[in-house]
Write a protein that binds this ligand. Structure first.
Ligand SMILES: C=CC1=C(C)c2cc3[nH]c(cc4nc(cc5[nH]c(cc1n2)c(C)c5CCC(=O)O)C(CCC(=O)O)=C4C)c(C)c3C=C
Ligand SMILES: [Fe+2]
Length: 339
């Protein structure tokens, strides 16, 4: 058997123009694991309401962060792929769940090189229905339809792996060296609370009340909230952060349903209003910098903090193509390849 790896990230529009953004958002938001309501209601909401206004606003936000070479998320993911390729002995392809770099193209690239056993690698430290699960389901659909003889194994969420926590903690430490900050905020992408309940394999553990996430349960294997809180706890332990000098929040909510709380924008506002002058923020749900980190956090978040009287607002980059992160992923791939 010949092995190969498919790295998969979220994806971006082809350009920051409203037409391309609309196409991308249409595909993304019509995913039943992202907006998880019945098809007719989803189509009405997405095509009848969201796609009428959001593409223009999102395109303006994308324009602010777009690079010469393209979308930061895509460019960074390609850099990561290139560096990993140099460290492992098997083919490494890259795909996006949404947009033109499809999972089908990625699998075909591997199959064309003679690969018949694939390690499917969702680039998300925490499991979520809207991220990891949709990649697994899509890849399986494509396998059945186009590559029935292909064997696919997937990498589970790696939020609590000690080597990952070490790389993340070291990166935070390095980026905070010489910086003044009184509070470190761990901001994760939010999801509707309903998603957390749906992913509860025990069907009874999840209460989203603060306690269930720290009470041991089989449900945690697929609980995004638990996995985010664990990353914060493990990093805080590693960096010996003092109680009260750090906290967790959730960003990027969309719509009116309750999403995981506390919300990042309100947390920044509260910290600033409370007299905090210097804060730092890290975004461990994203492995690559993207619209949500470069615009929502580094630009909008900073603006909120300054409006509230804050001074220094330090944003810690994602792990991106950091050499330690490349080594970590390459080691995992090599271990899988040689097992
Ligand atoms: C119901 C809507 C959404 C859910 C649920 C959701 C979950 C989720 N998303 C990410 C990671 C990323 N999201 C990004 C952009 C983005 N996300 C949503 C909506 C939901 N996300 C939208 C509409 C957008 C597009 C931008 C906008 O219009 O606001 C990105 C950035 C992509 C880029 O091109 O840079 C990332 C990354 C996670 C990890 C997650 C659940 C855990
Ligand atoms: Fe998102």
């Amino acid at each position: 058997m010949k092995k190969g790896v498919l790295l998969v990230n979220l994806g971006s529009p082809d350009s920051p123009n409203p037409k391309d953004v609309k196409k991308y958002l249409g595909e993304f938001l019509m995913d039943e694991r992202v907006i998880d309501i019945p098809y007719a209601a989803r189509a009405l909401l997405v095509r009848g309401i969201i796609l009428k206004t959001r593409p223009k606003a999102s395109a303006a936000a994308y324009k602010k962060i777009w690079w010469e070479e393209g979308s930061p998320l895509i460019v960074i993911s390609k850099r990561l792929q290139d560096k990993i390729k140099k460290q492992v002995d098997i083919p490494v392809a890259l795909a996006m769940r949404y947009g033109s770099m499809t999972i089908e193209k990625g699998l075909r690239e591997l199959v064309d090189q003679g690969v018949d056993e694939v390690l499917l690698f969702p680039l998300y430290p925490q499991f979520a229905m809207a991220t990891t699960e949709t990649i697994l389901v899509k890849a399986e659909e494509i396998r059945k339809m186009h590559f029935p003889n292909l064997k696919i194994e997937s990498v589970p969420a790696f939020y609590n792996k000690s080597d990952y926590i070490e790389v993340l903690s070291n990166s935070i430490k390095r980026h905070l060296e010489g910086k003044t900050y009184e509070h470190l905020l761990f901001s994760y992408h939010g999801v509707p609370e309903r998603h957390i309940r749906k992913s509860d394999i025990t069907k009874s553990h999840c209460k989203i009340n603060g306690n269930c996430c720290v009470t041991p349960s089989k449900a945690h294997e697929f609980c995004y909230r638990h996995q985010c809180l664990e990353v914060t706890r493990l990093v805080a332990e590693k960096l010996q952060l003092q109680e009260g000098a750090y906290s967790t929040s959730f960003q990027s909510r969309l719509g009116f349903d309750p999403w995981l709380q506390p919300y990042t924008d309100r947390t920044i506002e509260r910290l600033g209003k409370g007299g905090l002058k210097n804060m730092a923020i890290v975004t461990p749900a994203f492995v690559s910098d993207c619209l949500e980190t470069l615009e929502e956090i580094a630009m909008e978040g900073q603006e909120i903090f300054h409006e509230m009287g804050g001074h220094e607002f330090t944003t810690i980059p994602c792990l991106n193509d950091d050499d330690d992160f490349v080594n970590l992923l390459s080691n995992w791939i090599t271990n899988w390849n040689t097992k």
